[in-house]
Write a protein that binds this ligand. Structure first.
Ligand code: ARG
Length: 277
């Protein structure tokens, strides 16, 4: 057998991102709105802050423009900035949270978007921002089943002028789309098949035949909850199979440990909201 061009890994290019993050100064677990959270388990806020700072520094080192929103006391989940909205073409579609415990985060993030020059659109429908909305190939993949309502998919389609493709999540441990899927570049994704219902899986298989299929093991440490600039992919350090899969495809995986924030059911991507001007 001879080696052909098809065996070569494609060259990847890094495009530094602009992102919004929120320091976990008030992080703890005092309520349970997903299966990862257990209010009986002790949390270490100082450790959460140190781990988050490593993620922050990783982004800075990659040349990202990292913006910060002030954490609000009494909103322990505010560190999961991905849920603060969905930002595209300078339009910030605000979040409207499913659970009352997180509802005040919606206006807090919208205030920030407004103060920073974004065209803020107040949501009518329940949605949890980039936790459930992921941009790839110019279209928005949108999760539903646990948090964001299907009507929010329509609302976002009208506001953004983009095609929005609804995907049904079926495993409560992967309750946001960004826990079951990773966007790697303009046209590549990775996902966990068992997190989706059959019709959604068919859509994914047809649209993304070359997608990376991750193991249940890697998904169980929120390995998919990662953030890529097209070449560097910041992932959970414990997702070692995913790390190897990424390397094989020519990406540069960078592992970080966010074990404390995993107690709230979030990882790398949850702490990161991409700002697209
Ligand atoms: N405790 C938070 C919640 O259940 C975690 C949010 C994780 N964020 C994400 N983008 N997946 O709402």
């Amino acid at each position: 057998m001879t080696l052909t061009d098809t065996n070569q890994t494609p060259a990847r290019t890094a495009t530094p991102r602009t992102v919004l993050m929120c320091r976990p100064s008030h992080f703890t677990v005092v309520y349970r709105i997903n299966p990862w959270m257990d209010p009986e388990m002790p949390t270490d806020t100082a450790l959460a802050v140190r781990q988050w700072e490593t993620l922050y520094q990783t982004y800075v080192d990659l040349g990202f423009d990292v913006q910060l929103i002030d954490p609000v006391e009494g909103l322990p989940d505010m560190v999961y900035a991905a849920n603060g909205g969905f930002v595209i073409d300078n339009i910030a579609y605000g979040a409207s949270f499913t659970h009352p415990q997180r509802q005040p985060e919606g206006p807090a993030y919208m205030d920030w978007f407004g103060a920073n020059g974004f065209d803020v659109r107040e949501p009518v429908e329940v949605n949890e921002g980039e936790g459930d909305f992921l941009l790839v190939d110019g279209v928005i993949l949108a999760g539903m089943g646990f948090r964001s309502a299907s009507n929010s998919h329509k609302e976002l389609a009208e506001i953004s002028g983009r095609e929005v493709i609804s995907l049904n999540l079926v495993n409560p441990s992967f309750y946001h789309l960004d826990t079951a899927m990773a966007i790697l570049d303009d046209s590549s994704i990775a996902y966990l098949p068992s997190a989706f219902d059959k019709p959604s899986l068919e859509i994914l298989r047809e649209r993304f035949p070359d997608a990376i299929i991750v193991t249940e093991e890697d998904a169980a440490v929120l390995g998919l909850n990662s953030f890529s600039d097209g070449y560097n992919v910041v992932i959970a350090a414990r997702a070692t199979n995913f790390e190897a899969q990424l390397r094989e495809r020519g990406y540069n995986p960078i592992g970080v440990d966010l074990s404390e924030l995993l107690l709230g059911g979030g990882g790398v991507k949850c702490c990161t909201l991409q700002l697209r001007r």
